[in-house]
Design a protein around this ligand. Structure first.
Ligand SMILES: [Zn+2]
Length: 422
């Protein structure tokens, strides 16, 4: 279970006004109740929060009225007296998370524990066809919001681009020139009339891993996504590291071979130009064209799934392509280890279906290159989250906001709790 630390979102950091003590206390109790899936008695809440029993009773009364908290069975308290257990009601709200990939859109609808209730994914040339992508995205958002059984708190969007802090709704014009004039954040807010949060896909993958996956309980780790684009989400001291302008983690555009192939960013020999799906398949096509007999996995065109399946079946050319990709990825990961010293690297994206065929050469490159101080004790693992990890991270971003400042959660649910939250 991910334990949400109320200390991390202290009153000083929260947008709640310091003079609005009741709103602050409501937020505090709601976070404590969310964090304890087993449920808490009022006496537990008093001990954890330091608030008086009378204050707890008054605020719990408000929260029960909102439906966000429910009373369960009685159990013995430490003092031996039976006490009613209070639980956060995960079904009291809905989160929508979207991953806008370079070549697909995926969407999830979750409850307030980020349990996926419904999901859908469709291939689409998002990179090259923004008009069609927006039409598809709008239709999916309408469908998923309309089917929600509890109020939708907000929409999270994961995008295949770094996002500058001063332009949070616009993707990189260098990487996605056709999206240069589109403010996706503003478009989605206007279309849906809901709060929208947008972040880089690898950052959201890292967030999902931190709350629900291989990064739980780990303060310093990195998530590396290898898909059409390649990026890293770096968690330092429990938070996403964004850098001065908000665009940290662009491992895909670090140079692995300065004389290597031209990358879509305009530079030569970027990691992405060597291991990104599109470039990998281009090399596979060239390789297949060289042979006397076109391999079966390359007919009619190489696909990533076909290439991985062939490598798994022992095809030498496919195995070599995956192995070389693992080697290059290992060079990039060793640089990341030496720079940031995370204790774990979590690999995500479709290429990870290659498993040990990718990991073994990657680890060999690490052994060769990473300084023993940074490589020692660092593990490289493949994500165990579902394919929708980035969309799940997008939903988690909305949840994180709601737990930091629960006023939108309380809005419209109860006159007393709402007035307390204002
Ligand atoms: Zn590049």
């Amino acid at each position: 279970m991910f334990v949400y630390s109320p200390n991390k979102q202290s009153l000083a950091e929260s947008p709640v006004r310091p003079d609005d003590v009741r709103a602050h206390n409501s937020a505090l109790l709601l976070r404590l109740l969310w964090a304890d899936e087993e449920g808490s008695a009022r006496v537990d809440l008093a001990r954890q929060s330091g608030l008086s029993r009378a204050t707890i009773s008054a605020i719990v009364g408000d929260l029960l009225e909102t439906g966000l908290v429910q009373e369960g069975a009685q159990r013995a308290s430490r003092g031996g007296r039976p006490a009613t257990v209070l639980r956060f009601h995960d079904g009291a709200g809905t989160l929508i998370g979207v991953e806008l990939g370079a070549s697909h859109i995926s969407i999830v609808r979750t409850d307030l524990r980020c349990t996926i209730l419904d999901s859908f994914a469709q291939d689409h040339d998002v990179q090259g066809d923004p008009v069609g992508a927006l039409a598809l995205l709008g239709a999916l958002l309408d469908r998923f919001c309309a089917a929600a059984e509890a109020p939708v708190l907000g929409i999270g969007l994961g995008v295949p681009s770094p996002l500058r802090r001063d332009q949070p709704g616009r993707m990189s014009a260098n990487l996605l020139p056709r999206w240069a004039d589109i403010d996706l954040l503003a478009w989605t807010e206007a279309r849906c009339g809901l709060p929208v949060r947008m972040d880089n896909d690898a950052n959201l993958g890292a967030l999902a891993e931190h709350w629900w996956g291989a990064g739980r309980g780990i303060a310093d780790f990195a998530y590396v996504k290898v898909a059409t684009g390649v990026g890293a989400g770096v968690i330092i001291a429990g938070d996403i590291y964004r850098g001065a302008g908000g665009v940290a983690g662009e491992i895909g555009h670090t140079a692995i071979d300065p004389e290597g192939p031209r990358c879509r960013c305009g530079l030569k020999g970027c990691l992405e130009a060597l291991v990104g799906t599109q470039y990998l398949l281009e090399r596979a096509t060239e390789r297949a064209a060289c042979g006397k007999d076109r391999p079966r996995w390359a007919q009619p065109h190489p696909s990533l799934a076909g290439l991985i399946a062939a490598a798994r079946a022992g095809d030498p050319a496919a195995t070599e392509l995956i192995s070389t990709t693992g080697h290059w990825l290992g060079i990039a990961v060793s640089n990341l280890l030496n720079l940031v010293n995370p204790s774990r690297i979590v690999l995500g994206g479709r290429l990870t279906a290659a498993g040990d065929l990718l990991l073994t050469p990657l680890r060999a490159a690490l052994d060769q290159r990473a300084l023993w101080t940074s490589a020692e004790g660092a593990e490289v693992v493949i994500s165990s989250l579902p394919q929708e990890a980035v969309a799940l991270g997008a939903a988690t971003l909305v949840l994180q906001d709601a737990l930091s400042d629960p006023r939108p959660l309380l809005a419209g649910r109860s006159s007393t709790a709402v007035s307390a939250a204002r």
